[in-house]
Design a protein around this ligand. Structure first.
Ligand code: ATP
Ligand code: SF4
Ligand code: MG
Length: 339
């Protein structure tokens, strides 16, 4: 990971949990620390249920039951929002400091409203003194910059293709120029061509001055190569690998990150066409996670020591970190032998 410079978002030791109606506690974000610098993007990868969306909600201070804050700091541009009331966060942070595109957002658009109404809603909440004329002018210019025809503003969601709908959601989310944009699975369920257009648009948001940094969430680790600068892999609510995109894709250290990539070395050009080898088994139930390494039941390299005590996140230097008791040398050698 790159050397720290102008940090827009800093998260220290964040832990959040769901409390179910049977009073069971599910720690879906377990002591997570991360940083995103101005001009940089962070990819978060992991299988379904590993805590990616919960982390996104937690980063936005979205603490409404059943999700509860437990500990940690979320510092955006110098302010710790973990100490703020959720309502205050919603009023003074969301949209301007941090914006979130939820998973499947494009399918949740109100079908009875034209796109221009979504735009008006954004400004009504944050800049009520702007006239409709000013809002419309601003929206036209913003949509044009983002490669969307202005006619889209007068359309209903049902009149837009999937790709156009997703690009519209992205455009509306960044109208207030947030410092951090969190996009949760923004390209899932889209065909490859549309996926490329959506990713191109997201990558252009920083160049166009709409956002200062981005967090891109996906269950497809290889997709992040060429899209984000750094990558964090999550497993069972914890970070298991932190690295640059190149390192995470071509030289992953944690066996889970390695598994997400498949065991083959992938030529750069064909990266996105690769069929992934599935990792046998399923992640542990977070209501009662195992004592030792949470990946132990699925790991090819498991040893007795792995199951004894919680495994810390080891600092591998240069911003890299991984959560495994084996040394980098042992892991790399094991991967070489595995072919
Ligand atoms: N409302 C809830 N109550 C209790 N547990 C929950 C709730 N929502 C999510 N969880 C649990 O929290 C964990 C993390 O879920 P989360 O949705 O954050 O995963 P994810 O990585 O975003 O998965 P996906 O790729 O399917 O979107 C899972 O074990 C899930 O069962
Ligand atoms: S600690 Fe053990 S079980 Fe966990 S990833 Fe490393 S080798 Fe596998
Ligand atoms: Mg999710």
């Amino acid at each position: 990971m790159s050397v720290m410079s102008n940090v827009v978002l800093e998260v220290r030791d964040l832990t959040t949990k769901y409390v179910t109606r049977f009073r069971e506690e599910v720690y879906a974000v377990d002591h997570v620390s991360l940083q995103v610098e101005e001009g940089k993007s962070l990819g978060i990868a992991g299988e379904s249920g590993c805590g990616k969306s919960t982390l996104a909600l937690s980063l936005m201070g979205y603490y409404f039951p059943p999700l509860h804050y437990t500990c940690g700091e979320i510092i955006i541009d110098g302010r710790d929002i973990s100490a703020m009331r959720p309502d205050d966060v919603r009023k003074s942070i969301l949209g301007t400091e941090i914006a979130y595109i939820p998973q499947s957002a494009m399918n949740a658009l109100n079908p009875t409203q034209k796109v221009i109404h979504f735009v008006e809603d954004v400004f009504q909440a944050h800049d009520p003194f702007k006239s409709k004329k000013e809002i419309h002018e601003f929206a036209k210019e913003a949509f044009e910059t983002l490669g969307l025809p202005e006619e889209v503003l007068q359309k209903y969601p049902v009149e837009l293709s999937g790709g156009m709908k997703q690009r519209t959601v992205i455009a509306v989310s960044v109208l207030l120029c947030p410092k951090v944009l969190i996009a949760d699975e923004p390209s899932s369920a889209l065909d490859v061509t549309t996926q490329k257009m959506v990713i191109k648009m997201l990558k252009g948001l920083m160049e166009n001055g709409f956002i200062k940094s981005m967090i891109f969430i996906t269950h497809e680790l290889p997709l992040l190569y060429n899209v984000t600068d750094d990558i964090m892999v999550m497993y069972a609510g914890q970070i298991v690998e932190k690295a640059t995109a190149r390192e995470a894709v071509f030289d992953p250290l944690h066996p889970y990150a390695k598994g997400l990539m498949g065991s083959i070395i992938v030529p750069e050009s064909g990266l996105r066409d690769v069929k992934l080898a599935a990792i046998p088994g399923v992640p542990p139930n977070l209501k009662d996670p195992p004592v030792g390494c949470r990946f132990a039941e699925r790991c090819k390299y498991v040893r007795a020591e792995c199951k004894v005590a919680a495994v810390p996140l080891y600092d591998a230097g240069g911003g890299r970190a991984y959560r495994c008791i084996l040394s980098e040398e042992v892991l790399r050698e094991a991967y070489q032998h595995a072919g």
